[in-house]
Design a protein around this ligand. Structure first.
Ligand SMILES: CC(C)(COP(=O)(O)OP(=O)(O)OC[C@H]1O[C@@H](n2cnc3c(N)ncnc32)[C@H](O)[C@@H]1OP(=O)(O)O)[C@@H](O)C(=O)NCCC(=O)NCCS
Length: 178
């Protein structure tokens, strides 16, 4: 298994990976929605505001994650981890955790201080995330599942001080994702 940054030539394969993985796990319409979201992230986000990483096996992309900039009223350098897809036939073999850790290490080396995500705490706690109260860092939209708002500090700093209200990159500016 090889882990690397994604490149423009991977776009079609990545969109197909997200569409089929989320179709398998959550139904066809969700697959289409997330495929479209990923398409918009890849074509419409400033390169400074987005990083993507892939897991490749025998020249095939079997996993992908994206990180996009989250801005707060405070000057913290923060990114949102979302979405993540591991090809259905490759799930449960540790690729997701390895890919997330690979991406986080890369962001840490670039000086990113905080990473947030919105997902299942039981999964993301395996890769260093813990719950973040809304008073510490408010998610870009009202959350359907506030217990899924998670974060971690990469520079040893605290996630206790109030960061204020987060704003996300344009493709996530839609309450249905939150
Ligand atoms: C969720 C996902 C990214 C996990 O990646 P993965 O490579 O399958 O997971 P790993 O092999 O690294 O980790 C497996 C562990 O996570 C747990 N796990 C896997 N998917 C989980 C989920 N959706 N919720 C909670 N726990 C989960 C497994 O039970 C297993 O636990 P164990 O180590 O205690 O046995 C992957 O299954 C996936 O792409 N699912 C469909 C799309 C999705 O839901 N993406 C996340 C939201 S953006």
């Amino acid at each position: 298994m090889k882990f690397s940054m994604y490149s423009e030539s991977d776009r079609q394969e990545i969109e197909a990976l997200f569409t089929r993985t989320f179709s398998d796990s959550e139904g066809q319409s969700e697959g289409k929605l997330i495929g479209q979201l990923v398409h918009e992230l890849m074509i419409g986000t400033e390169t400074d505001d987005m990083l993507g990483f892939i897991a490749t096996e025998q020249e095939q992309i079997v996993g992908c994650i994206f990180f996009t900039r989250l801005s707060f009223s405070s000057p913290a350098k923060a990114f949102l981890l979302s979405p993540v897809a591991i090809d259905t036939t490759h799930q449960g073999t540790g690729i997701g955790q390895k890919l997330i850790k690979f991406g986080i290490r890369h962001l840490g080396a670039l000086g990113v201080e905080l990473i947030f995500t919105y997902g299942d705490p039981s999964y993301y706690s395996k890769v260093g995330f813990r719950q973040v109260p809304e008073e510490v860092a408010a998610a870009p939209f009202k959350l359907a599942h506030p217990e899924g708002w998670l974060g971690q500090s990469l520079d040893g700093g605290s996630l206790e001080f109030p960061l204020g209200q987060a704003s996300c990159v344009e493709p996530f500016n839609d309450p249905q994702y939150w």
